[in-house]
Design a protein around this ligand. Sequence first.
Ligand code: ADP
Ligand code: MG
Length: 240
Amino acid sequence: MVELKNVNKHFGALHVLQNINLEVTKGEVVVVIGPSGSGKSTLCRAINRLETIDTGEILIDGKRLPSEGKGLAALRADVGMVFQSFNLFAHKSILENVTLGPVKVKKMKPDAAKDLAMGLLERVGVANQAQKLPAQLSGGQQQRVAIARALAMKPKVMLFDEPTSALDPEMINEVLDTMVELAREGMTMIVITHEMGFARKAADRVIFMADGQIVEQATPEEFFTNPRSERAKDFLGKIL
Ligand code: ADP
Ligand code: MG
């Protein structure tokens, strides 16, 4: 579903993605973990073309990423993204936040988009908030709306970049639970998170990144109990 081949990216002199090779199969859940500054967000953003790459190839469902134009809009619809900061439209209602993409990008009829949105808001447990503005919701609720908004585009893969790190502790689980459910329903997911509970419950594979490289890949069980590289041991020693 997602394939990166020899992907390289520089920010000036900084080689932020160093020959990254990664394949994520349909329905697979991959957790990306690693120290701050190791290139995790850049990797995620490259997959969604929010960031260009210097060399290499990225394919989504077998199709090479276009660099611009109509193809890019279609690609963005295939790849849903949820950020640390929820990025909801502040002056639109929760319902409008979810219907906007399907109506504008997918040319869905407003009534159909509303049905779709209400179904998704129901699924993430915030249907009763549909008429409110984002600021009237808790952080955990807003993040669940952001997930519903991404799902409304019927993506083939969902990317999550530290979706719970801006949340108060008591709200983290409600968002993680929504993500676990999505994983169980078979969504292909790439999740940057340090939440090991989530990794253990939902991940098929953990990828450890450091200094722009994939240093280690293993099942969550293997990785957390028996990391092989010194970098991973050192990192886990700090976060556990
Ligand atoms: P992570 O998500 O693992 O913390 P990032 O992908 O955000 O890492 O960043 C990797 C490195 O690239 C960091 O050193 C960061 O400062 C740098 N970086 C990220 N975005 C930019 C940018 N737009 N311009 C220059 N440097 C950047
Ligand atoms: Mg990051």
